[in-house]
Design a protein around this ligand. Structure first.
Ligand code: IPM
Ligand code: MN
Length: 370
């Protein structure tokens, strides 16, 4: 029996999570996966009413779960930062979800702002370090509100933090290409036994301490994976390549701050916030799966928001829990429904949020198990 905490959160979070749960209900029954979903009232509304952000009781409860399914966090009446830091980042830190796993995949019938983009050319994964770097929260302000004011924010990484993240990226290559090598390899590379590629995204020309560490660890870890091609690219060039030649990426590994930035750019190339999902992963603990679209306050309660990112978070969660076939089937159902939609944009989908959830369930009911 898997216990899964469900945090709808704020804004359109509960609406998209509801559709994800419909799909999870059907697919888990079909594959006889026993799940108990436990809805938890952790959000901005509760904070405004009670002052509670994330209580010790909440944390204790979450630690007993196998995974967390999250909608979105953020409230228009709460100063930005309080809920993001107090809920989202606190969960990532306290549950040691040190990997942010973000698949970047352009599905058929989804419009990309990149000319000539296709499901063939946009299909990679970003592994973002998720608990260190500039997010560590170490810094200071001296002489506040004077002309002499100096603010610092430290980018802090230990060898261990970098190593476990980079190793996860190499393991991701192995997992992605266990059946067939990455299509971006040349015939020669395939003949020589290569299976895929990891790109380290850094800034060794300016951040000469932190990315010196990242590059050394990258080269150390790479020795354990002779079947994986390695590449180093500065973060600014990575942004250019994501637009001009996304087909050159297989797995990208990067620091927390760079990962935050490049994954939003990546999400836009794959059709926007309506489709992009991510996993906050602790390989030995409680992981959390979320659509990356945010709370979308102007669409709250209208039944117009795109639930596909939440469906994506649901199949990432099944995959993480080891139900590969069920995850795959849910992804196929998602692709089938996406083909029927007019757009991935909220309000322009040709269907309501709830109708899309029902269409996913229908597909699942009629599909043969893989
Ligand atoms: C994300 C978000 C968060 C981050 C914010 C809300 C704190 O932008 O998940 O990428 O910066 O990590
Ligand atoms: Mn972000």
């Amino acid at each position: 029996m898997h216990k899964i905490a469900v945090i709808g959160g704020d804004g359109t979070g509960p609406e998209v999570v509801r559709e994800g749960l419909k799909a999870l209900d059907v697919i888990t029954k079909k594959y006889k996966i026993e799940c108990q979903f436990e809805e938890m009232d952790i959000n901005g509304e509760r904070y405004l009413k009670t002052g509670d952000i994330l209580t010790d009781n909440d944390m204790a409860e979450l630690k007993t779960c196998d995974a967390i399914y999250l909608g979105a966090i953020g409230h228009p009446d709460v100063q930005p930062g309080i809920l993001e830091r107090g809920i989202l980042l606190k969960l990532r830190f306290d549950l040691e979800q040190y990997i942010n796993y973000r698949p970047v995949k352009l599905y058929p019938n989804v419009e990309s702002p990149i000319k000539g983009a296709s499901p063939e050319t946009i299909d990679y994964v970003v592994i973002r370090e998720n608990t260190g770097g500039l997010y560590t929260g170490v810094g200071s302000i001296e002489n506040k509100n004077t002309p002499q004011e100096v603010a610092t924010q430290s980018m802090i990484y230990s060898y261990t933090q970098v190593e476990r993240c980079i190793r996860f990226a190499f393991e991701t290559v192995k997992k992605r290409h266990q059946k067939a090598p990455w299509k971006g390899l040349t015939a020669d590379e395939k003949a020589n036994g290569f299976i895929g590629k990891v790109t380290l995204c850094g800034k060794t020309n300016v951040l000469t301490y932190v990315f010196d560490l990242w590059e050394r660890v990258f080269n150390d870890v790479a020795k354990d994976y002779p079947e994986v091609i390695t590449n180093y690219t500065h973060v600014d060039a990575v942004c250019v390549h994501m637009i001009e030649r996304p087909e050159t990426f297989d797995v990208i590994v990067t620091s927390n701050m760079f990962g935050d930035i490049i994954t939003d750019l990546a999400a836009v190339t794959q059709g926007g916030m309506g489709v992009a999902a991510s996993g906050n992963i602790n390989p030995n603990g409680v992981s959390m799966f979320e659509p990356i679209g945010g709370t979308a306050p102007s669409f709250t309660g209208l039944d117009q928001i795109n639930p596909m990112a939440a469906i994506g978070a649901a199949h990432l969660m099944l995959d993480h829990l080891g139900y590969f076939e069920a995850a795959n089937e849910l992804e196929i159902a998602k692709i089938k429904v996406i083909k029927k939609m007019e757009s991935m944009l909220a309000g322009k989908m040709g269907f309501k949020t709830s109708e899309i959830g029902n269409m996913i369930s229908d597909e699942l009911c009629h599909m043969d198990p893989n």
